[in-house]
Design a protein around this ligand. Structure first.
Ligand code: 13P
Ligand code: SF4
Length: 301
């Protein structure tokens, strides 16, 4: 039996389901039942009836999966796969802002630990952040931890006072404006599609700004045939699968999230077989963090 056949058999025997983010390796995306951006995967996880979920992504995704389905076994192929940005805000920063503004809403990007979520009022993803912030009754918003996504949201919601902290995604922050410019010079007809986690100079050059799903859907619907992509290289698999006749150019310094790449077929097979690496969030944090996800799902409707 091939490793793929073994995984499929175990999946069937255990009524398990595999969720995968677009940044994991192509062969892992290929074996998944659901592939998507963080928002899509949260919506799917909440509705699943399978007793076992293998979550191919980084630890905040597993935690969110567990919080949304605490009665299921949420298995992480690699427990060390973590998102550095998910830790980039201090409790003191949140507390100081709460002291200063009576009507403050603390909005956390879903790329945050369950502990950070527990200090906040609502979670958002890159696909729904603008809509949710716009619809909050509060004028004063503290957006954590991603300063880049926060800056993008602030620009779309000028009627609010959106405050930022200093967190960032090292992979998107490292997308170089010079490299995007060079690609545009080489391919002048190409449209530039960028994730809002990129720095201001890069987002300023974009024809379209959006989540990984947003970028894939935009390129698929567009009549253009060439695109310069400012996000992690993993999206190439779905972009090319859906658009075999279109061309996609990535920056010369390829944006690679090493944590997402830790997820391999061997590790998927191992956790399915042994039911190891269960995601857990315990204590008061779990209740408060879950509320931020429920509020997100409610406000994003
Ligand atoms: P989305 O897929 O929600 O756009 O998120 C990007 C990301 O960096 C996930 O870690
Ligand atoms: Fe975190 Fe960036 Fe990797 Fe996404 S791409 S998991 S934001 S480090």
């Amino acid at each position: 039996m091939t490793i793929q056949e073994e995984i499929r058999k175990l999946k069937e025997d255990k009524q398990a389901v595999i969720l995968a983010h677009y940044y994991v390796r192509p062969e892992v995306q290929e074996i998944a039942d659901y592939i998507g951006d963080s928002f899509y995967l949260s919506k799917v996880a909440e509705k699943l009836e399978n007793p076992v979920i293998v979550y191919c992504g980084v630890s905040f995704m597993g935690e969110s999966g567990y919080l949304l389905c605490p009665d299921k076994k949420v298995l992480m192929p690699d427990m060390t796969a973590d998102c550095p940005m998910a830790h980039m805000v201090l409790k003191e920063e949140v507390e100081a802002a709460r002291k200063k503004f009576d009507d403050l809403a603390v909005v956390c990007y879903i790329n945050s630990t369950a502990e950070i979520k527990s200090w906040c009022d609502v979670s958002v993803t890159s696909a729904n952040a603008v809509k949710i912030v716009k619809n909050l009754p509060n004028k004063n918003i503290l957006f954590v931890p991603d300063k880049n996504l926060g800056r993008y949201v602030a620009a779309q919601v000028p009627e609010k006072n959106v405050m930022l902290v200093k967190g960032y995604c090292p992979i998107h922050e490292n997308v170089q404006a010079e490299e995007i410019k060079a690609l545009k010079e080489a391919h002048p007809a190409a449209e530039i599609l960028v994730h809002p986690e990129c720095c201001e100079e890069v987002t300023g050059m974009a024809d379209y700004l959006g989540s990984t799903s947003g970028i894939i859907d935009y390129a698929t619907a567009s009549e253009k045939t060439e695109f310069i992509i400012g996000t992690e290289i993993g999206v190439r698999y779905e972009l090319e699968k859906r658009n075999p006749d279109k061309k996609f150019y990535f920056p010369a310094t390829e944006p690679v999230c090493q944590d997402m790449k830790l997820i391999t077929l061997e590790k998927v097979l191992h956790v399915l077989k042994n039911e190891e690496n269960q995601a857990f969030v315990t204590g008061e944090n779990a209740v408060a963090a879950r509320k931020t996800l429920d509020r997100m799902l409610e406000l994003a409707k």
